[in-house]
Design a protein around this ligand. Structure first.
Ligand SMILES: [Zn+2]
Ligand SMILES: [Zn+2]
Length: 128
């Protein structure tokens, strides 16, 4: 698959892993998707209250003007989806989210396309 934006724009790297961001979806759009997904759980409010302030802090800490998000078109893809979802996974563990939530998270938000990071964990949970 060829992406035109790679050819026409300078490459942007992730603030955390310094790899080129090849799936430009910003942390805010991912957070919106996470929020929609979490509403299916009965303890949604609890999850949201413990998770979202941390996600916001994380985003603000690493924020810089960057490449345009393919969803919201704002130039704020400063963290690659992998690093951001890895952080969320760690946060879910920190707040003791149950195994079902971790499993579903890895099914819906698996950006470990090269299978170098949390993919192994997904394998252990039997979701890939
Ligand atoms: Zn990254
Ligand atoms: Zn976005």
């Amino acid at each position: 698959m060829q992406y035109n934006y790679l050819a026409s724009e300078p490459l942007h790297e992730c603030s955390i892993c310094h790899e080129t961001i090849i799936h430009p979806i910003c942390p805010i759009c991912i957070t919106t998707q996470i929020q929609a997904w979490l509403t299916s759980y009965s303890n949604y409010h609890e999850l949201k209250d413990s998770l979202f302030p941390e996600l916001r802090n994380f985003f603000e800490k690493h924020f810089k003007e960057s490449t345009e998000c393919i969803k919201c078109k704002k130039a704020r893809v400063c963290i690659c989806p992998y690093c951001f979802t890895e952080f969320i996974l760690d946060e879910l563990k920190r707040i003791n989210a149950n195994k079902i939530i971790l499993k579903e998270f890895l099914i819906f938000f698996n950006f470990d396309l090269e299978h170098k990071g949390y993919y192994k964990e997904a394998e252990k949970l039997g979701v890939v």
